[in-house]
Design a binder for this molecule. Structure first.
Ligand code: F0G
Length: 450
């Protein structure tokens, strides 16, 4: 919804007024949805999109969303825009570029369940997205808002996946993507994607948090639209991961949704999405959120395990081989804290060894994922052992990135040379190295066992 000449205008009769609102409960200032803002000008709080309740009943929405799965219309084929009544911030869909994001499967994984100490686990695999991560769900929305606002250049700071996704969506939408990444700290698959999708790629000698602080100032100065997860429209797109999950489950609510936590945008998005679905009457209870961090980059874990949760102690030098979640000063922590508390959720941390072994098990399940995603299974194993998660519970774990994002990690693990950031050897508990043999049939036959 845009506001022109002081009157709400809309091209869509089903459109509901949308606004930006300050997330801080003591402020809640509201702004037009078309203002270029990332923080509340009054109090500096995070912003979120807010809407009126939809005109349709919960059953009408569920039916409409299900029926769209048989449609060939591009918006309906998108696992984000199929749920457009749930994210009604646009008044005109001509600004949308879709690469058919979302539409990611729910995959039961008995072997992973056994490892995690559960009767059953279902993975919602966001690595099946067009650029291989959940960022595409958010980016189609962020790019649409950029086009709607008449922006020409978009930027992000990224541990890799955001940049790969932004590069693709910006280029597809005719925008110029500018990417800032921590030098030497991103998985090769992700850097390769950014280059291939045509992003101006700047490697900076600093960590994610330091670069983000820098770029936030620069974006304002240069009139570049920022597409980090501080951008509220990214969060709207990522909300649809929960809508799609529930749609695929015929609206049966899991006991737990487990996800890795880095900058905490996804935690914020899942929490907001689930709350809104409950407020709108599509579900009658909330799943509990379990957020898993890597031990060397776990400021949110530390915050959650403190009695005074009014501030976050940033980790100055975050460390983890799961580079996607190597973030010490997550910007969305106030939102994530609210969502975890509201859902009765928990935050856990896991070691490099635990991530590596859980990842190998997800691979052995025929599913595969990147290191950060495997923190979920490592966390589940820890939480079932501790009796926090009941083994017979209904659990969905979100695998955030594709197995091919970080091939060097895989090769090093399976050949026994993977080392933690501090140089400690990581045990290859499920090692599977390639074997070199001479080109002689006898040798090969003997190796395979006649
Ligand atoms: N998993 C993967 C594969 C990621 O790429 C990220 C974040 C996360 C989990 C954590 O999600 O930040 O919403 O808590 N990657 C960002 C990036 C930071 O720049 O690509 P979060």
């Amino acid at each position: 919804m845009s506001r022109r000449g002081g009157r709400w205008t809309s091209h869509n009769k089903n459109f509901m007024p949308a606004e930006l609102a300050c997330f801080e409960q003591r402020c809640r200032a509201r702004y037009p949805i078309t203002e270029v803002l990332y923080n509340c000008p009054k109090c500096g709080g995070l912003l979120e999109a807010v809407y009126e309740k939809p005109a349709q009943s919960p059953d009408e929405l569920k039916k409409l969303w299900r029926e769209r799965r048989t449609s060939n219309a591009p918006l309906d084929q998108s696992g984000v825009w199929r749920y457009r009544e749930f994210i009604p911030f646009l008044d005109d869909y001509s600004a949308v570029t879709t690469l058919r994001e979302g539409c990611t499967p729910l995959l039961p994984a008995p072997r992973a369940a056994e490892y995690g100490g559960m009767d059953a686990i279902v993975f919602k695999h966001q690595g099946f997205n067009p650029t291989g991560s959940f960022k595409d769900n958010g980016m189609t929305c962020g790019a649409a808002q950029a086009v709607r606002l008449g922006m020409k250049r978009v930027a992000c700071v990224s541990t890799g996946n955001t940049s790969a996704s932004m590069a693709a969506y910006a280029s597809a939408a005719g925008l110029q993507p500018i990417i800032f990444i921590p030098h030497g700290n991103i998985a090769f698959g992700k850097l390769a994607q950014a280059l291939e999708y045509g992003a101006k790629t700047i490697q900076v000698e600093a960590n994610f948090d330091q670069i983000l602080a820098l770029v936030r100032k620069l974006a304002e100065e240069l009139g570049i639209y920022l597409l980090n997860s501080i951008n509220p429209f990214r969060i709207e797109g990522q909300k649809t991961i929960m809508a799609e999950m529930l749609d695929q489950l015929d609206w049966r609510v899991p006991d737990w949704v487990v996800l890795p936590g880095g900058n905490l945008g996804n935690t914020s998005a899942f929490g907001k999405g689930l709350r809104e679905l409950k407020e709108w009457g599509l579900i009658d209870r909330l799943p509990r959120l379990a957020v898993i961090q890597a031990e060397g980059s776990a400021p949110f874990y530390e915050l959650m395990h403190r009695s005074d949760r009014s501030y976050l102690n940033a980790v100055g030098h975050p460390e983890t081989l799961a580079t996607a979640i190597k973030i010490g000063d997550p910007v969305s922590w106030p939102k994530a804290l609210f969502e975890v508390e509201t859902s009765g959720g928990v935050v856990e941390k896991v070691t490099e060894q635990e991530i590596a072994d859980a990842k190998a098990i997800i691979g052995l399940s025929g599913i595969g994922c990147e290191p950060a995603s495997a923190a979920t299974l490592a966390g589940i194993r820890k939480l079932t052992n501790a009796g926090v998660i009941d083994k017979s519970g209904f659990i969905v774990a979100v695998l955030t990135g594709n197995v091919l994002k970080d091939p060097s990690y895989i090769h090093e693990y399976h050949t026994g040379v993977l080392k933690s950031p501090r140089g400690a050897q990581i045990r290859s508990s499920f090692e599977n190295p390639p074997i070199v043999l001479r080109a002689e049939s006898d040798v090969i036959a003997q190796f395979l066992g006649r």
